[in-house]
Design a protein around this ligand. Structure first.
Ligand code: TRP
Length: 333
């Protein structure tokens, strides 16, 4: 194959933290720099509408996530970068695919099943309490996001695999009826090293152990000083492999920096000192992106323009695919 198409969507969910950056954003940006690949990276704002029903909140979160991607090095001249909501073709395809999706398939979706189970546990008689059709159809919209651009490869985390399998089911069902019209997407599982949070567990907002990516310097320092450690005295030798500070350090440090800090651990380093090292390193990596992020957040019109330009390019592709689909099913000749 001459060119590979990689696509991934990001739901706007508020200010990103280090775990989001290291686990999802950095790897996606690296993928987009590979030769012979076309990347589509989009903001799944209509997926967020399932849960976010406050105008200003949704609007702010969309810009937050867009500004973050740009600040972290997404190059909009190499990557098709757009809001899902700007591509109406996706929603037409969403309908078409839904006509090839057995309801029973969606009944098995993890997010939906979790809601049903929650209602069961709460003793509710209506097990669909709190389930909108948006939530129920989530996997169909996600399939449309992918299929509309003939995407070959979708880098996702473990939690999204079921959605990808469903998308493949829909494509196969459609193609069995009409021939090879839709590209069958593959997924590549991102096996990331666990990114620890302040308490050593996986960094996550739900554990409240996260470090926001773009905290101002003083606050960043304060957060890092909160990383949990044991009570060994400063001079005691320490095991670098049992240290959250060291783990986080390695994500940003060069080989020689890692080696130097490892030696200091083995010789005995105070926790305060180790944290200071981590802060200095992180701050040096994040200072520029932080500034870029602020700049974009103050230039929303610019940001919007860029996203619209991305959507314009993407729509041309989307229209071609949709035309093929409309002809295949017989609503257009
Ligand atoms: N469901 C994904 C998530 O929650 C976001 C998403 C929407 C997506 N559409 C997509 C990811 C298409 C990959 C491809 O993270």
């Amino acid at each position: 194959m001459s060119q590979k198409t990689i696509l991934t969507g990001v739901k706007p969910t508020g200010q990103p933290h280090l775990g989001n950056y290291l686990g999802a954003m950095k790897p996606a940006i690296e993928l987009s720099k590979q030769p012979k690949t076309q990347t589509y990276l989009f903001i799944a704002d209509y997926h967020s509408l399932i849960t976010v029903h406050k105008r200003d909140e949704l609007n702010h979160m969309i810009y937050e996530v867009a500004a973050t991607w740009l600040a972290c090095g997404l190059d909009p001249s190499r990557t098709c970068f757009y809001k899902q909501s700007s591509i109406p073709e996706i929603f037409e395809l969403n309908w078409i695919l839904s006509c090839f999706t057995p309801k029973g398939l969606l009944n098995r979706a993890h997010a939906y099943k979790a809601k049903i189970q929650e209602n069961q546990e709460l003793g509710r008689t209506d097990l669909d309490t709190g389930v909108s059709m948006g939530l129920f159809n989530y996997p169909v919209l996600m399939a449309a996001d992918i299929v509309i651009f003939n995407a070959d490869e979708i880098p996702v985390g473990e939690d999204q695999i079921q959605h990808l399998e469903m998308a493949r089911d829909m494509v196969q069902k459609f193609n069995r009826q009409y021939g090879e019209v839709l590209r069958l997407p593959q997924f590549s599982l991102k096996r990331q090293k666990l990114i620890p949070g302040l308490d050593g567990r996986k960094m996550s907002k739900s554990y409240d152990n996260h470090i926001f990516l773009f905290l101002e310097e003083k606050k960043l320092r304060k957060q890092i000083m909160k990383i949990k450690t044991d009570s060994l005295p400063p001079e005691a030798p320490k095991d670098p492999n049992q240290s959250t500070i060291f783990e986080l350090y390695q994500f940003f440090a060069s080989e020689s920096q890692i080696e130097a800090l490892r030696q200091r651990y083995l010789n005995g380093i105070g926790w305060g000192e180790a944290k200071e090292e981590l802060f200095q390193l992180l701050n040096s990596h994040l200072a520029k992106p932080r500034e870029e992020y602020r700049r974009w957040m103050n230039e929303k019109a610019e940001l919007e323009k860029l996203l619209i330009a991305g959507a314009d390019r993407a729509r041309q592709e989307a229209q071609q695919l949709l035309k093929k689909v409309r002809q295949a099913i017989g609503v257009e000749s």
